[in-house]
Every structure is written in C-alpha cells, then in structure tokens.
Design a protein around this ligand. Structure first.
Ligand code: SAH
Length: 362
C-alpha cells in the first residue's frame, strides 16, 4: 500500500514535504489515485464542470473557435489540453468547433496526461471526434507553432508546499509519523525555508506569526513554460480552477473520496488531494514572464456571457423531457453558491492578440 511505502520512507529519511506526499498519493505509478483508476464522475470520487453538462465543453469550444479566428486562423493549430480527465470537455468542444469552416482540419490535439488509466478513457471518448490526437507527458515537448492551451482543474492537483511563520521566520510544514504503534501521519514543523521564501505569494510574505501559507511551484513552472512557448509562437491559454482572486493565507489542502471530504493524510492514494489555486500569484507570474494576463473572472458570469442560457434553451427544445435537468445543470455551473463564484478563469496571451472572449481589457 502507498501508506506503508510512505511510512517506510519517513521512518528512514525523516519527515517529507506536503508536495512529496501528494506526488506519491496521486501519481505513484502502480497505486496512485490518478495512476490506477478513473476517479471522475457521478458514481466515482468527484465531479467536474464538463461532467456536469455538455454545455460547458461546447462553450469552451466556441471560445477556442473565436480565439483561432482572433489569431488569424493558424494552420496547423496545436490544441493542447492539460489534464483532460475523461476527455469530455474536449469531445464537446470539438463538436462545437465543427461549426467554424477550416478549424477542425487545422487542429492537432495534444493531451498532457500523467495517468495511464485516464489516457485509455480519453482515447475512447475522443475516438469518434475523428481528430488527430497524441499524448505527451510534458508541456515542453509539445511540437512548436501557434497554440491554444486549455486546462480545467489541472493546477489544483499539482503538488504544493506549505510553510508556517514562527518568530518571524518561515518554516516548511512537513509530514512525519506520530508515536503510536501504527505510526499515523502527522504534520510537523520543518527547517526554515531559506531562499525558497521567494516562492511565498508576495502579498503574504509579511503575514503574522503562526500564519500558514501555500507555495505552488508547479503552477509557476506551467506559467514559465507558457511564457517561453508564447515568446516564440503566438499562443493563448485558458486555465479554469477553484480558488480566491487574491492570495490568502490558510491551509486549503483537501481530500475528496466518493464525493465526501475526508482527512487529507488518511489512507493516501485512495482520495483526490487538491488545494486552492492562488490566481493573484498566477497572473503576477504570467505578467513577469511577459504574457498578457486577463482575469480571473468567475465561472458564472463567464458562462452567462458566452451564452449558456440561449444554449440551454436550444438544448431543451431538442430534448423536452430534459428541460429541468438542463436548467439544474446551468444552475450548478453558474450559481454563486455552486460553482459560479469559487471557480474562476484566467487567460494568458502572447503579446498583441485581441482581447479574449469572456474577458475585458482592464
Ligand atoms: N480536466 C478534467 C480532469 C480534472 S482532474 C475535468 O475537468 O474533468 C485532473 C487531471 O489532471 C487528471 O486527468 C489527472 O490525471 C491530470 N494530471 C494531474 N497532474 C498532472 C501532471 N503533473 N501531468 C499530467 N497530468 C496530470
């Protein structure tokens, strides 16, 4: 079991970072939560926007189509999805893209996916689209050229680190074992962060003693890769996730199993582990890298602005028996108490492109 392997590792080498714990729990090749099974959907562990309704992916498809037109119809266009899950968003998006002449033949799809189990699901979901699809493990290996890059709930599962301020200094929060016979996982205070303090969100560096902050090196790495890619070729990225618009202190690591929150250190490998994305640091990092950054905008206003209501009306007309189901889907995706406010979108552009659909220039 992963828990046993983690215990052994800690017993031998001492406490490990939250990031190391998370990496093994989610991506251990033989037993990791993502590596081995398909956790997404109503009957599984958690549900995501594209799995709630086809309308989500269709509107993302229209967004992609408009962006392609704004970019001057590049052919070929590298269309990249980060962490495609079951492949549902892209299948719905590609169907919507059929409405735009020339777009589908120009698209070359690349999926960045760590999970062998989910790659198989993606192949099955996207087979009927007829698109050319390749899987690549890392963003830096996507073929060069103009690109549109999308990702829904990808950044939230990138391993994060945590730090706590004690007597004015930031210490890494680590995971060790307690003294019980079974050796349960517990949080412990580690050594000072030292130069890694630079990874603390700027707004939080002077937070009060005992504050806890989260460091997201994985997000930074993705934004840096976008910056270097978009410096050479026109490109636009749309990242959708949950988290606050401004950096906030606090422990947001959470574990979800079978749609329920469970303690994050309990039975690693059997629950999804995620943490809130810090959109303020993310956009700051994009700007530092020379990109034009838009947002974050909340998911509710974004989908309403892109026309989810007229789309729901058309769908309801073609499936009259589904009218109330469709209305409920719109509510789940857009209502402030549902996904409409906590989930947000940012868009990062190479310099010189028109303002992206659903965002404003200021
Ligand atoms: N976008 C999908 C799935 C979200 S779950 C949806 O909205 O339904 C997160 C996805 O990202 C999974 O497919 C997971 O396997 C993948 N993933 C997470 N970290 C990754 C990494 N470092 N490299 C590649 N894929 C990753």
């Amino acid at each position: 079991m992963i828990a046993d392997r983690l215990r052994e590792r800690i017993a031998q080498g001492g406490p490990i970072s939250v990031a190391a714990f998370m990496t093994q729990a989610l991506f251990d090749p033989s037993e990791g939560f993502y590596a081995t099974k398909d956790p997404i959907g109503a009957g599984a562990d958690f549900i995501t926007a594209p799995e709630i309704s086809q309308m989500f992916g269709e509107l993302i498809g229209l967004w992609i189509a408009q962006s392609w037109l704004d970019m001057g119809k590049p052919d070929p266009l590298q269309l990249v999805e980060l962490g495609p899950g079951r492949g549902t968003m892209l299948a719905d998006a590609l169907r919507a893209c059929r409405a735009v002449p020339g777009l589908l033949p120009a698209i070359q799809v690349t999926l960045i996916e760590a999970s062998a189990a989910l790659k198989a699901v993606q192949a099955a979901t996207l087979g009927p689209s007829g698109a050319q699809i390749r899987w690549i493990d890392r963003l830096e290996n996507v073929p060069p050229g103009p690109s549109i890059i999308v990702g829904n709930e990808f950044l939230d599962c990138l391993p994060l680190r945590q730090a706590i301020r004690r007597d004015g200094r930031w210490h890494e929060r680590l995971i060790g074992l307690d003294n019980s016979d079974s050796g349960e996982f517990v949080f412990v205070l580690g050594p000072p962060l030292g130069p890694d303090e630079a990874l603390i969100p700027e707004r939080l560096r002077e937070a009060a003693d005992n504050s806890l902050v989260e460091l997201r090196p994985g997000d930074r790495q993705i934004v840096d890769l976008l910056s270097s890619r978009f410096a050479d070729h026109p490109g636009r990225a749309l990242l959708i996730d949950y988290g606050p618009a401004q950096s906030e202190p606090g422990d947001t690591l959470q574990a979800i199993r079978a749609h329920r929150k469970v303690p994050p250190l309990e039975q690693p490998g059997t629950a999804d582990l995620t943490a809130r994305v810090d959109f303020e640091s993310l956009t700051g990092c994009a700007r530092d890298g020379g990109l034009t950054a838009y947002g974050p905008v909340e998911q509710g206003p974004f989908l309403l602005g892109l026309g989810i209501e007229p789309r729901a009306a058309v769908l309801s007309q073609s499936k009259p028996g589904q009218r109330s189901v469709i209305a409920r889907q719109v509510w789940r995706l857009t209502d402030e108490q549902q996904m409409g406010s906590l989930f947000k979108l940012v868009c990062f552009d190479s310099p010189g492109l028109a303002t992206p659909p659903g965002f404003s220039a200021d």
